[in-house]
Design a binder for this molecule. Structure first.
Ligand SMILES: *[C@@H]1O[C@H](CO)[C@@H](O)[C@H](O)[C@H]1NC(C)=O
Ligand SMILES: *[C@@H]1O[C@H](CO)[C@@H](O)[C@H](O)[C@H]1NC(C)=O
Ligand SMILES: *[C@@H]1O[C@H](CO)[C@@H](O)[C@H](O)[C@H]1NC(C)=O
Ligand SMILES: *[C@@H]1O[C@H](CO)[C@@H](O)[C@H](O)[C@H]1NC(C)=O
Length: 382
Protein backbone atom coordinates (compact mmCIF):
# COMPACT_ATOMS: atom_id res chain seq x y z
CA UNK A 1 0.00 0.00 0.00
CA UNK A 2 2.81 2.37 0.92
CA UNK A 3 4.42 2.11 -2.49
CA UNK A 4 1.02 2.50 -4.17
CA UNK A 5 0.45 5.76 -2.39
CA UNK A 6 3.90 7.05 -3.24
CA UNK A 7 3.29 6.22 -6.88
CA UNK A 8 0.03 8.10 -6.84
CA UNK A 9 1.65 11.15 -5.30
CA UNK A 10 4.26 11.10 -8.03
CA UNK A 11 1.60 10.65 -10.63
CA UNK A 12 -0.22 13.73 -9.47
CA UNK A 13 2.60 16.16 -10.14
CA UNK A 14 2.84 16.15 -13.96
CA UNK A 15 -0.88 16.77 -14.38
CA UNK A 16 -0.83 19.63 -11.92
CA UNK A 17 2.08 21.27 -13.73
CA UNK A 18 0.39 20.67 -17.05
CA UNK A 19 -2.79 22.34 -15.89
CA UNK A 20 -1.04 25.44 -14.56
CA UNK A 21 0.91 25.74 -17.80
CA UNK A 22 -2.24 25.48 -19.82
CA UNK A 23 -3.95 28.19 -17.86
CA UNK A 24 -1.17 30.57 -18.85
CA UNK A 25 -2.40 30.10 -22.43
CA UNK A 26 0.38 28.17 -24.15
CA UNK A 27 0.20 27.73 -27.94
CA UNK A 28 -0.70 24.68 -30.02
CA UNK A 29 2.65 22.99 -29.48
CA UNK A 30 1.84 22.30 -25.85
CA UNK A 31 -1.63 21.09 -26.78
CA UNK A 32 -0.02 18.57 -29.12
CA UNK A 33 2.26 17.41 -26.35
CA UNK A 34 -0.70 17.07 -24.02
CA UNK A 35 -2.70 15.10 -26.56
CA UNK A 36 0.33 12.87 -27.17
CA UNK A 37 0.72 12.41 -23.43
CA UNK A 38 -2.95 11.55 -23.07
CA UNK A 39 -2.77 8.96 -25.85
CA UNK A 40 0.31 7.48 -24.20
CA UNK A 41 -1.71 7.26 -21.00
CA UNK A 42 -4.57 5.46 -22.70
CA UNK A 43 -2.18 2.95 -24.27
CA UNK A 44 -0.42 2.49 -20.95
CA UNK A 45 -3.65 1.84 -19.06
CA UNK A 46 -4.83 -0.54 -21.75
CA UNK A 47 -1.60 -2.48 -21.34
CA UNK A 48 -1.84 -2.48 -17.56
CA UNK A 49 -5.48 -3.57 -17.68
CA UNK A 50 -4.45 -6.39 -19.97
CA UNK A 51 -1.69 -7.33 -17.55
CA UNK A 52 -4.02 -7.12 -14.57
CA UNK A 53 -6.39 -9.49 -16.28
CA UNK A 54 -3.73 -12.13 -16.49
CA UNK A 55 -1.77 -11.45 -13.33
CA UNK A 56 -4.52 -10.62 -10.86
CA UNK A 57 -5.49 -8.19 -8.17
CA UNK A 58 -2.09 -7.77 -6.51
CA UNK A 59 -0.55 -6.20 -9.55
CA UNK A 60 -3.68 -4.12 -10.07
CA UNK A 61 -2.80 -2.30 -6.88
CA UNK A 62 0.77 -1.75 -7.95
CA UNK A 63 0.39 -0.69 -11.60
CA UNK A 64 -3.07 -0.08 -12.96
CA UNK A 65 -4.40 2.18 -10.29
CA UNK A 66 -1.76 4.92 -10.31
CA UNK A 67 -1.76 5.15 -14.11
CA UNK A 68 -5.54 5.42 -14.11
CA UNK A 69 -5.41 8.18 -11.52
CA UNK A 70 -2.96 10.03 -13.73
CA UNK A 71 -5.11 9.77 -16.83
CA UNK A 72 -8.49 10.77 -15.51
CA UNK A 73 -6.83 13.47 -13.38
CA UNK A 74 -8.61 12.26 -10.27
CA UNK A 75 -6.92 13.62 -7.19
CA UNK A 76 -5.51 10.69 -5.21
CA UNK A 77 -8.00 10.24 -2.42
CA UNK A 78 -6.72 8.40 0.59
CA UNK A 79 -10.06 6.84 1.49
CA UNK A 80 -11.14 5.91 -2.01
CA UNK A 81 -8.86 2.89 -2.29
CA UNK A 82 -10.39 1.38 0.85
CA UNK A 83 -14.03 1.76 -0.07
CA UNK A 84 -14.00 0.99 -3.77
CA UNK A 85 -14.88 -2.63 -4.64
CA UNK A 86 -12.09 -4.56 -6.38
CA UNK A 87 -12.27 -3.76 -10.09
CA UNK A 88 -11.79 -7.42 -10.99
CA UNK A 89 -13.26 -10.42 -9.22
CA UNK A 90 -10.50 -12.72 -10.41
CA UNK A 91 -7.38 -12.51 -8.30
CA UNK A 92 -4.49 -14.86 -7.63
CA UNK A 93 -4.60 -14.79 -3.84
CA UNK A 94 -4.32 -18.12 -2.09
CA UNK A 95 -7.09 -18.97 0.37
CA UNK A 96 -4.79 -18.01 3.21
CA UNK A 97 -4.07 -14.61 1.64
CA UNK A 98 -7.68 -14.03 0.66
CA UNK A 99 -9.08 -14.90 4.10
CA UNK A 100 -6.56 -12.66 5.82
CA UNK A 101 -7.41 -9.77 3.53
CA UNK A 102 -11.17 -10.40 3.78
CA UNK A 103 -11.24 -10.17 7.56
CA UNK A 104 -10.01 -6.56 7.70
CA UNK A 105 -12.77 -4.89 9.64
CA UNK A 106 -13.44 -1.30 10.66
CA UNK A 107 -13.90 -0.91 14.40
CA UNK A 108 -15.95 2.28 14.21
CA UNK A 109 -19.70 1.95 13.88
CA UNK A 110 -20.31 4.89 11.56
CA UNK A 111 -18.88 5.09 8.09
CA UNK A 112 -17.31 8.47 7.19
CA UNK A 113 -18.95 8.30 3.75
CA UNK A 114 -22.36 7.60 2.29
CA UNK A 115 -22.49 3.81 2.35
CA UNK A 116 -25.40 2.13 0.62
CA UNK A 117 -25.47 -1.41 2.02
CA UNK A 118 -25.68 -4.13 -0.60
CA UNK A 119 -26.79 -7.74 -0.56
CA UNK A 120 -24.21 -10.18 -1.90
CA UNK A 121 -25.96 -12.97 -3.78
CA UNK A 122 -23.55 -15.89 -3.75
CA UNK A 123 -24.34 -18.73 -6.14
CA UNK A 124 -22.75 -22.07 -5.37
CA UNK A 125 -23.17 -24.17 -8.49
CA UNK A 126 -21.74 -27.19 -10.22
CA UNK A 127 -22.33 -25.95 -13.72
CA UNK A 128 -24.45 -23.30 -15.43
CA UNK A 129 -27.26 -21.22 -13.96
CA UNK A 130 -30.29 -22.40 -15.93
CA UNK A 131 -32.65 -20.05 -14.09
CA UNK A 132 -30.51 -16.99 -14.84
CA UNK A 133 -33.23 -15.29 -16.99
CA UNK A 134 -35.54 -15.27 -13.96
CA UNK A 135 -32.83 -13.78 -11.77
CA UNK A 136 -31.99 -11.18 -14.42
CA UNK A 137 -35.57 -10.00 -14.25
CA UNK A 138 -35.48 -10.00 -10.46
CA UNK A 139 -32.33 -7.83 -10.34
CA UNK A 140 -33.40 -5.48 -13.11
CA UNK A 141 -33.59 -1.87 -11.91
CA UNK A 142 -31.88 -2.43 -8.56
CA UNK A 143 -28.29 -1.74 -9.53
CA UNK A 144 -26.20 -0.53 -6.62
CA UNK A 145 -28.09 -2.59 -4.06
CA UNK A 146 -26.65 -5.99 -4.84
CA UNK A 147 -23.50 -7.79 -5.93
CA UNK A 148 -23.30 -11.22 -7.48
CA UNK A 149 -20.71 -13.95 -6.97
CA UNK A 150 -20.71 -17.32 -8.70
CA UNK A 151 -18.64 -20.25 -7.48
CA UNK A 152 -18.68 -23.12 -9.94
CA UNK A 153 -16.50 -26.10 -10.73
CA UNK A 154 -13.19 -25.01 -12.29
CA UNK A 155 -14.00 -26.99 -15.43
CA UNK A 156 -17.02 -24.81 -16.01
CA UNK A 157 -16.56 -21.50 -17.84
CA UNK A 158 -19.42 -19.05 -17.75
CA UNK A 159 -20.91 -18.08 -21.09
CA UNK A 160 -22.85 -15.02 -20.01
CA UNK A 161 -23.01 -12.07 -22.42
CA UNK A 162 -21.57 -8.74 -21.28
CA UNK A 163 -25.10 -7.42 -20.74
CA UNK A 164 -25.87 -10.08 -18.13
CA UNK A 165 -25.72 -9.40 -14.38
CA UNK A 166 -23.75 -12.67 -14.14
CA UNK A 167 -21.07 -11.58 -16.60
CA UNK A 168 -17.59 -12.16 -15.13
CA UNK A 169 -18.91 -12.71 -11.62
CA UNK A 170 -17.15 -16.05 -11.24
CA UNK A 171 -14.71 -16.62 -8.38
CA UNK A 172 -12.09 -19.36 -8.16
CA UNK A 173 -12.53 -23.11 -7.74
CA UNK A 174 -14.01 -25.56 -5.23
CA UNK A 175 -12.22 -26.60 -2.04
CA UNK A 176 -11.23 -29.71 -0.20
CA UNK A 177 -13.02 -30.22 3.11
CA UNK A 178 -16.50 -29.89 1.74
CA UNK A 179 -18.81 -27.36 0.27
CA UNK A 180 -17.98 -25.28 3.35
CA UNK A 181 -14.60 -24.44 1.82
CA UNK A 182 -16.33 -23.11 -1.26
CA UNK A 183 -18.82 -21.21 0.91
CA UNK A 184 -16.07 -19.60 2.96
CA UNK A 185 -14.25 -18.63 -0.23
CA UNK A 186 -17.43 -17.09 -1.61
CA UNK A 187 -17.90 -15.14 1.62
CA UNK A 188 -14.27 -13.99 1.61
CA UNK A 189 -14.51 -12.75 -1.96
CA UNK A 190 -17.74 -10.93 -1.19
CA UNK A 191 -16.23 -9.36 1.95
CA UNK A 192 -13.64 -7.59 -0.21
CA UNK A 193 -16.41 -5.19 -1.24
CA UNK A 194 -16.98 -3.08 1.84
CA UNK A 195 -20.50 -2.16 0.72
CA UNK A 196 -21.70 -5.74 0.98
CA UNK A 197 -23.61 -5.97 4.26
CA UNK A 198 -25.65 -9.16 3.86
CA UNK A 199 -24.55 -12.40 2.27
CA UNK A 200 -26.96 -14.96 0.85
CA UNK A 201 -25.91 -18.40 -0.28
CA UNK A 202 -27.96 -19.82 -3.17
CA UNK A 203 -27.76 -22.73 -5.56
CA UNK A 204 -28.49 -22.93 -9.27
CA UNK A 205 -31.91 -24.41 -8.44
CA UNK A 206 -33.06 -21.50 -6.23
CA UNK A 207 -35.62 -18.85 -7.16
CA UNK A 208 -36.63 -15.62 -5.40
CA UNK A 209 -40.21 -15.65 -4.06
CA UNK A 210 -40.71 -11.86 -3.91
CA UNK A 211 -39.54 -8.82 -5.79
CA UNK A 212 -36.20 -7.27 -4.98
CA UNK A 213 -37.54 -4.47 -2.76
CA UNK A 214 -39.46 -6.85 -0.53
CA UNK A 215 -36.44 -9.11 -0.08
CA UNK A 216 -34.06 -6.20 0.50
CA UNK A 217 -36.26 -4.70 3.19
CA UNK A 218 -36.97 -8.01 4.90
CA UNK A 219 -33.26 -8.64 5.28
CA UNK A 220 -32.31 -5.08 6.09
CA UNK A 221 -34.86 -4.78 8.89
CA UNK A 222 -34.13 -8.15 10.46
CA UNK A 223 -32.41 -8.21 13.84
CA UNK A 224 -31.14 -11.69 13.12
CA UNK A 225 -29.26 -13.53 10.43
CA UNK A 226 -31.07 -16.44 8.84
CA UNK A 227 -29.00 -19.49 9.60
CA UNK A 228 -30.97 -22.67 10.16
CA UNK A 229 -29.88 -24.20 13.48
CA UNK A 230 -31.72 -26.72 15.61
CA UNK A 231 -30.85 -29.29 18.22
CA UNK A 232 -31.86 -32.71 16.89
CA UNK A 233 -31.59 -35.31 19.67
CA UNK A 234 -31.79 -38.24 17.22
CA UNK A 235 -29.17 -40.26 15.35
CA UNK A 236 -28.98 -37.73 12.47
CA UNK A 237 -28.41 -34.87 14.91
CA UNK A 238 -26.62 -35.42 18.21
CA UNK A 239 -25.86 -38.92 16.95
CA UNK A 240 -23.28 -37.37 14.61
CA UNK A 241 -21.44 -35.54 17.38
CA UNK A 242 -17.95 -36.81 18.16
CA UNK A 243 -16.66 -36.21 21.71
CA UNK A 244 -13.19 -35.46 20.31
CA UNK A 245 -14.62 -32.07 19.37
CA UNK A 246 -14.73 -31.05 23.03
CA UNK A 247 -13.92 -28.71 24.63
CA UNK A 248 -14.34 -26.38 21.60
CA UNK A 249 -17.72 -27.93 20.85
CA UNK A 250 -19.75 -29.79 23.44
CA UNK A 251 -22.83 -31.84 22.68
CA UNK A 252 -25.33 -29.32 24.06
CA UNK A 253 -24.02 -26.81 21.50
CA UNK A 254 -24.20 -29.22 18.56
CA UNK A 255 -26.60 -27.93 15.90
CA UNK A 256 -27.94 -28.96 12.53
CA UNK A 257 -29.29 -26.81 9.72
CA UNK A 258 -29.60 -26.25 6.01
CA UNK A 259 -26.51 -24.85 4.29
CA UNK A 260 -28.53 -22.17 2.43
CA UNK A 261 -28.01 -19.23 4.74
CA UNK A 262 -28.14 -15.46 4.98
CA UNK A 263 -25.61 -13.81 7.30
CA UNK A 264 -24.62 -10.23 7.99
CA UNK A 265 -21.11 -8.88 7.65
CA UNK A 266 -20.18 -9.56 11.25
CA UNK A 267 -21.11 -13.23 11.07
CA UNK A 268 -19.49 -13.54 7.64
CA UNK A 269 -16.21 -12.41 9.21
CA UNK A 270 -16.65 -14.94 12.05
CA UNK A 271 -17.01 -17.68 9.45
CA UNK A 272 -14.05 -16.61 7.35
CA UNK A 273 -11.68 -15.95 10.26
CA UNK A 274 -12.42 -19.22 12.07
CA UNK A 275 -9.42 -21.37 12.90
CA UNK A 276 -10.79 -22.73 16.17
CA UNK A 277 -13.71 -24.88 15.01
CA UNK A 278 -12.62 -25.65 11.46
CA UNK A 279 -9.98 -28.28 12.42
CA UNK A 280 -12.44 -29.99 14.76
CA UNK A 281 -14.94 -30.41 11.97
CA UNK A 282 -12.43 -31.43 9.33
CA UNK A 283 -10.93 -34.04 11.68
CA UNK A 284 -14.00 -35.38 13.45
CA UNK A 285 -17.02 -34.77 11.26
CA UNK A 286 -16.75 -37.43 8.56
CA UNK A 287 -19.66 -39.30 6.99
CA UNK A 288 -22.16 -40.06 8.31
CA UNK A 289 -21.50 -36.64 9.83
CA UNK A 290 -21.85 -33.94 7.17
CA UNK A 291 -19.83 -30.77 7.69
CA UNK A 292 -22.24 -28.76 5.47
CA UNK A 293 -25.11 -29.49 7.83
CA UNK A 294 -23.34 -28.83 11.14
CA UNK A 295 -20.30 -26.58 10.93
CA UNK A 296 -21.79 -23.09 10.48
CA UNK A 297 -24.94 -23.68 12.59
CA UNK A 298 -22.88 -25.04 15.50
CA UNK A 299 -20.12 -22.48 15.23
CA UNK A 300 -22.48 -19.50 15.14
CA UNK A 301 -24.60 -20.92 17.96
CA UNK A 302 -21.46 -20.89 20.10
CA UNK A 303 -20.09 -17.54 18.93
CA UNK A 304 -23.18 -15.42 18.39
CA UNK A 305 -26.33 -17.21 19.63
CA UNK A 306 -28.21 -13.95 20.01
CA UNK A 307 -27.65 -12.97 16.36
CA UNK A 308 -29.09 -15.99 14.58
CA UNK A 309 -32.76 -16.57 13.80
CA UNK A 310 -32.15 -20.35 13.82
CA UNK A 311 -34.23 -20.69 10.67
CA UNK A 312 -33.47 -20.63 6.97
CA UNK A 313 -35.18 -18.29 4.49
CA UNK A 314 -34.99 -20.84 1.69
CA UNK A 315 -38.08 -23.01 1.26
CA UNK A 316 -37.50 -26.64 0.45
CA UNK A 317 -39.83 -29.63 0.28
CA UNK A 318 -38.80 -32.76 2.18
CA UNK A 319 -42.34 -34.17 2.18
CA UNK A 320 -41.62 -36.68 -0.58
CA UNK A 321 -39.14 -38.45 1.71
CA UNK A 322 -35.72 -39.81 0.83
CA UNK A 323 -32.23 -38.36 1.08
CA UNK A 324 -32.89 -35.43 -1.26
CA UNK A 325 -35.60 -32.79 -1.26
CA UNK A 326 -38.14 -32.64 -4.08
CA UNK A 327 -37.19 -31.06 -7.40
CA UNK A 328 -39.90 -29.20 -9.27
CA UNK A 329 -40.15 -29.16 -13.04
CA UNK A 330 -42.40 -27.75 -15.76
CA UNK A 331 -45.53 -29.68 -14.74
CA UNK A 332 -45.28 -28.67 -11.08
CA UNK A 333 -45.52 -24.92 -11.61
CA UNK A 334 -49.22 -24.43 -10.98
CA UNK A 335 -51.30 -21.92 -9.05
CA UNK A 336 -51.87 -24.42 -6.23
CA UNK A 337 -48.18 -25.10 -5.96
CA UNK A 338 -47.28 -21.40 -5.72
CA UNK A 339 -49.96 -20.85 -3.11
CA UNK A 340 -48.58 -23.76 -1.13
CA UNK A 341 -45.12 -22.17 -1.14
CA UNK A 342 -46.25 -18.60 -0.49
CA UNK A 343 -49.17 -19.03 1.86
CA UNK A 344 -49.93 -20.72 5.14
CA UNK A 345 -46.47 -20.28 6.60
CA UNK A 346 -45.84 -19.15 10.14
CA UNK A 347 -42.62 -18.20 11.86
CA UNK A 348 -41.09 -15.45 13.95
CA UNK A 349 -39.66 -12.33 12.36
CA UNK A 350 -37.96 -9.97 14.82
CA UNK A 351 -39.70 -11.89 17.64
CA UNK A 352 -43.15 -11.25 16.14
CA UNK A 353 -45.31 -13.92 14.49
CA UNK A 354 -45.12 -13.58 10.71
CA UNK A 355 -46.53 -15.32 7.65
CA UNK A 356 -43.63 -14.30 5.42
CA UNK A 357 -41.02 -16.90 6.31
CA UNK A 358 -39.23 -17.78 3.08
CA UNK A 359 -37.71 -15.40 0.55
CA UNK A 360 -36.28 -18.07 -1.74
CA UNK A 361 -37.27 -21.59 -2.75
CA UNK A 362 -35.58 -24.68 -4.14
CA UNK A 363 -35.18 -26.98 -5.96
CA UNK A 364 -36.27 -26.08 -9.47
CA UNK A 365 -35.25 -27.97 -12.59
CA UNK A 366 -34.27 -26.08 -15.78
CA UNK A 367 -37.62 -27.13 -17.28
CA UNK A 368 -39.41 -24.96 -14.69
CA UNK A 369 -37.92 -21.81 -16.18
CA UNK A 370 -40.53 -21.06 -18.85
CA UNK A 371 -43.60 -21.54 -16.65
CA UNK A 372 -41.89 -19.56 -13.86
CA UNK A 373 -41.23 -16.65 -16.22
CA UNK A 374 -44.94 -16.69 -17.04
CA UNK A 375 -46.25 -16.72 -13.48
CA UNK A 376 -43.55 -14.51 -11.90
CA UNK A 377 -45.25 -11.13 -12.58
CA UNK A 378 -48.51 -12.26 -10.97
CA UNK A 379 -47.31 -14.43 -8.09
CA UNK A 380 -43.75 -13.44 -7.37
CA UNK A 381 -43.96 -9.72 -8.06
CA UNK A 382 -41.24 -9.42 -10.71
C1 LIG B 1 0.13 -13.16 -7.75
O1 LIG B 1 0.68 -12.35 -8.77
C2 LIG B 1 1.74 -11.50 -8.32
C3 LIG B 1 2.15 -10.59 -9.48
O2 LIG B 1 2.15 -11.26 -10.68
C4 LIG B 1 2.93 -12.35 -7.83
O3 LIG B 1 3.95 -11.52 -7.36
C5 LIG B 1 2.40 -13.24 -6.70
O4 LIG B 1 3.44 -14.10 -6.24
C6 LIG B 1 1.22 -14.06 -7.15
N1 LIG B 1 0.69 -14.77 -6.00
C7 LIG B 1 0.34 -16.06 -6.04
C8 LIG B 1 -0.17 -16.62 -4.78
O5 LIG B 1 0.43 -16.72 -7.05
C1 LIG C 1 -42.80 -5.30 -4.72
O1 LIG C 1 -43.83 -6.02 -4.15
C2 LIG C 1 -44.57 -5.30 -3.16
C3 LIG C 1 -45.54 -6.24 -2.50
O2 LIG C 1 -46.17 -7.06 -3.42
C4 LIG C 1 -45.24 -4.09 -3.80
O3 LIG C 1 -45.92 -3.35 -2.84
C5 LIG C 1 -44.15 -3.21 -4.44
O4 LIG C 1 -44.75 -2.16 -5.13
C6 LIG C 1 -43.30 -4.02 -5.39
N1 LIG C 1 -42.17 -3.20 -5.77
C7 LIG C 1 -41.79 -3.07 -7.01
C8 LIG C 1 -40.61 -2.18 -7.25
O5 LIG C 1 -42.35 -3.64 -7.92
C1 LIG D 1 -21.46 -28.20 27.84
O1 LIG D 1 -21.67 -26.82 27.97
C2 LIG D 1 -22.71 -26.50 28.87
C3 LIG D 1 -22.93 -25.00 28.78
O2 LIG D 1 -21.74 -24.32 28.61
C4 LIG D 1 -22.35 -26.98 30.27
O3 LIG D 1 -23.38 -26.68 31.16
C5 LIG D 1 -22.13 -28.49 30.23
O4 LIG D 1 -21.68 -28.94 31.48
C6 LIG D 1 -21.11 -28.84 29.15
N1 LIG D 1 -21.11 -30.28 29.02
C7 LIG D 1 -19.99 -30.98 28.92
C8 LIG D 1 -20.14 -32.45 28.74
O5 LIG D 1 -18.87 -30.47 28.99
C1 LIG E 1 -31.40 -19.29 18.48
O1 LIG E 1 -30.89 -20.31 19.30
C2 LIG E 1 -30.03 -19.84 20.33
C3 LIG E 1 -29.47 -21.01 21.12
O2 LIG E 1 -29.49 -22.19 20.44
C4 LIG E 1 -30.81 -18.93 21.26
O3 LIG E 1 -29.95 -18.44 22.27
C5 LIG E 1 -31.38 -17.77 20.44
O4 LIG E 1 -32.19 -16.96 21.27
C6 LIG E 1 -32.21 -18.30 19.29
N1 LIG E 1 -32.62 -17.17 18.45
C7 LIG E 1 -33.86 -16.74 18.33
C8 LIG E 1 -34.10 -15.57 17.44
O5 LIG E 1 -34.78 -17.27 18.89
Amino acid sequence: MQSGMVLMEEGKDPTVTARTNQSRGFPQRLLQILVGFFLLCVVFSAISMYMVRYSGFQSAVATARPSFQLCVEKPSNGLEQWIRPPSKLMHNMTDQELFWRATFMPRMKNYPFDRVPKIAFMFLTKGPLPLAPLWERFFNGHEGLYSIYVHSLPSFQDQFPASSVFYRRQVSEWGKMSMCDAERRLLANALLDISNEWFILLSESCIPLYNFSVIYHYIMKSKYSFMGAFDDPGPFGRGRYNSNMAPEVNITQWRKGSQWFEVNRKLAVYIVEDTKFYPKFSDFCKPSCYVDEHYFPTMLTIQAPNLVANRSITWVDWSRGGAHPATFGRADITEEFLKRVLEGQSCFYNNQPSSVCFLFARKFAPSALDPLLLVAPKYLGY
